[in-house]
Design a protein around this ligand. Structure first.
Ligand code: DAK
Length: 254
C-alpha cells in the first residue's frame, strides 16, 4: 500500500511511523486509520523490525485527535464504521508482538492521546500536551480511552481528565504515569531511538515473550500470572539465541 498520511522508515531493527498531516495537526481521518492498520500488520510480519516508534510530523502535534471535520456530519452508521476502523487500528497496535514506544512531540488529544495508551510506553517532549476534549464536542473517548486510561492512571484521575476535558502538560502527564519520561523537545526522537535500540539489541524472543507475558498476565491473579510466566519462559530454551547469548557471556569471562 502507498501511504499518503504516514511516513515509514525502517532502519537497524527499528520501524519509525510518523503521522504526517501536519496541516491538520496529524488528525486521524479514515484514510489515515486505514493506512495505519496496514502498516501495523506489515511491521508485525517484518522480521527486520524489532521495535516500533510512533511519532507525529511537524513541531506542534503528535496527533490532535480524530478528524473533527470528517466526523462532524457522520450519521450513526458512519460513526459505527469509523469506530470499527479506529478499534481495528488501536487494537492492532496494542496487539503488535513487538514493543511500541510513542514519542509524543506536541498535542496528543482525544484519539491521539488514546493511541498512546495502546503503546507499551510513551516519552514526551517538554512542549507536549495531553487531553481528552471529547466531552466538549458532544461525544466521549471512543478509541478505548475510557477503558485503558483508568487502568493506567487510576479511575479517579481518569474521570477527572475525561470529564473535564482539560489539557495537561508533559510534566503533569509524567507525574500521573501517562508517560515514562519528559525529554527536551530537540532530543525526543534521538533519545527514543536510543532506548528502542537497546531493546532491539536484546533477544528478540526474550523481548517478545516478556511483552506478551506482562500483557496477558496483567489481568490474571498472581498465581495464574506466574504459571503463564513459567510456561512461556521454557520457549526461550527452544532456539539458538539463548544458547548463543549465554555462551558469549561465559566465553567473555575467560
Ligand atoms: N480534527 C481536524 N482538524 C484539526 C484537528 C482535529 N482534531 N485539530 C486541529 N485541526 C486543524 C485546525 O482546524 C486547523 O486547520 P485550518 O484552520 O488551518 O485549516 C489546523 O489543524 C491548526 O489548528 P489550530 O489553528 O486550531 O491550531 P491552534 O494552535 O490554535 O490550536 C489545538 C491547537 C490542538 C489546541 C486545536 O487545534 C484543537 O483544540 N484541536 C482539536 C483538538 C480536539 O478536540 N481533539 C479531539 C478530537 S475528538 C469515535 C471514536 C473516537 C473518537 C471519536 C469517535 N467513534 C468510535 C465514533 C475520538 C474523538 C476525538 O479525538
Amino acid at each position: 500500500m502507498d501511504y499518503n498520511n504516514l511516513l515509514v522508515e525502517i532502519n537497524d531493527g527499528l520501524g519509525i511511523v510518523t503521522f504526517n498531516r501536519p496541516k491538520a495537526l496529524n488528525a486521524l481521518n479514515r484514510k489515515t486509520l486505514e493506512e495505519f492498520i496496514d502498516i501495523v500488520n506489515s511491521l508485525n510480519a517484518n522480521d527486520d523490525v524489532n521495535v516500533v516508534i510512533i511519532t507525529g510530523a511537524g513541531e506542534k502535534a503528535f496527533i490532535a485527535g480524530a478528524d473533527i471535520a470528517e466526523m462532524k456530519d457522520m450519521k450513526p452508521l458512519e460513526a459505527r464504521q469509523f469506530m470499527k476502523l479506529g478499534h481495528e487500528a488501536i487494537s492492532g497496535l496494542e496487539e503488535l508482538q513487538k514493543p511500541v514506544i510513542a514519542a509524543v512531540n506536541g498535542f496528543a488529544l482525544g484519539g491521539g492521546a488514546e493511541l498512546t495508551l495502546a503503546c507499551d510506553f510513551s516519552f514526551a517532549s517538554e512542549n507536549a500536551k495531553f487531553g481528552f476534549p471529547e466531552v466538549s464536542l458532544g461525544i466521549f473517548p471512543g478509541f478505548g480511552g475510557t477503558q485503558r486510561l483508568p487502568r493506567l492512571i487510576g479511575k479517579a484521575r481518569a474521570k477527572e481528565l475525561i470529564l473535564t476535558g482539560k489539557m495537561i502538560s508533559a510534566q503533569e502527564a509524567f507525574e500521573i504515569g501517562m508517560v515514562n519520561r519528559v525529554i527536551p523537545t530537540k532530543d525526543l526522537l534521538s533519545e527514543t531511538i536510543k532506548v528502542a535500540s537497546t531493546i532491539a539489541s536484546n533477544s528478540t524472543i526474550g523481548v517478545k515473550l516478556a511483552k506478551a507475558v506482562i500483557d496477558k498476565g496483567y489481568n490474571l491473579d498472581l498465581a495464574n500470572g506466574r504459571a503463564l510466566e513459567r510456561s512461556s519462559i521454557s520457549l526461550c530454551f527452544a532456539g539458538e539465541d539463548q544458547k548463543k547469548r549465554m555462551t558469549a557471556f561465559l566465553e567473555k569471562g575467560k
